[in-house]
Design a protein around this ligand. Structure first.
Ligand SMILES: [Ca+2]
Length: 235
């Protein structure tokens, strides 16, 4: 299944005709515990059948606030949205207050999606512009119960040089790299702190007219490191 990719970076004016695919399909998945044969990989097997009897749902064991499920996409992707398909034969109310974390690694998770209350049969978590990551983790806020859902799809495409933007123009130096996050309503000091306290941030851009703060960083690709000389640009 493919869906339109909404590219919003300056460097990809012609990219809106591109299609993205489910990059979680068949990837390595893990969960905090497993009930019987309902392993983590059941949620990335391409089958959205919501009946637990179809052996295509994941299921953790035991009541715990620390329950999680996660998938390693195997590379850094531009993530457009995440679609979660619930268990339908019973127990769908366990899938509530769902949190979607995205990270470059398992120590770098950032909460980027949240749905308060019941999920229903399925839900699409739209990611903000400049969402990059390799790992996607599902948890729930304050739900001390077993977790069971039947499929998780991550729509995106592999991060390449085509996604990188030019920024931080200083005399004789132009930085070329990836945007980590872009938030509005910031101050220059807040923007600097945001970068300093963020993993992978190598620089930032603060636009004093729009108050937009953009943090910039390295991507874990095999690109020539010399292309990623970052600089600070006080817009
Ligand atoms: Ca499945």
């Amino acid at each position: 299944m493919e869906r339109p990719y909404q590219c919003r970076e300056p460097s990809c004016d012609n990219a809106n005709t591109q299609m993205v695919s489910n990059v979680a399909l068949g990837k390595s998945a893990f969960q905090s515990s497993t009930l019987e044969s309902y392993v983590a990989s059941n949620a990335v097997d391409g089958n959205i059948n919501g009946n637990i009897g179809a052996s295509s749902c994941m299921h953790t064991e035991g009541m715990s606030l620390d329950t999680y499920w996660e998938v390693d996409l195997g590379g850094v992707y531009v993530i457009v949205n995440v679609v979660l398909y619930n268990r339908l034969d019973c127990c769908g109310d366990r899938t509530r207050n769902v949190q979607v974390f995205v990270g470059f690694d398992q120590n770098d998770y950032v909460l980027l999606g949240y749905l308060e209350g019941l999920l229903g049969s399925q839900h699409t978590f739209q990611m903000d512009t400049h969402t990059y990551g390799r790992w996607v983790r599902i948890t729930r806020d304050s739900v001390p119960d077993e977790m069971n859902f039947c499929e998780l799809e991550v729509y995106g495409e592999l991060l390449t040089n085509d996604h990188k933007v030019r920024y931080g123009q200083l005399p004789n130096k132009i930085g070329v790299g990836t945007v980590l996050r872009s938030v509005s309503g910031s101050s220059m000091v807040d923007c600097a702190v945001r970068c300093k306290t963020s993993n992978n941030c190598a620089g930032f851009n603060f636009d004093s007219s729009t108050l937009d703060c953009t943090t910039l960083g390295t991507a874990t690709t095999s690109d020539n490191v010399q292309e990623h000389l970052y600089s600070y640009h006080m817009g």
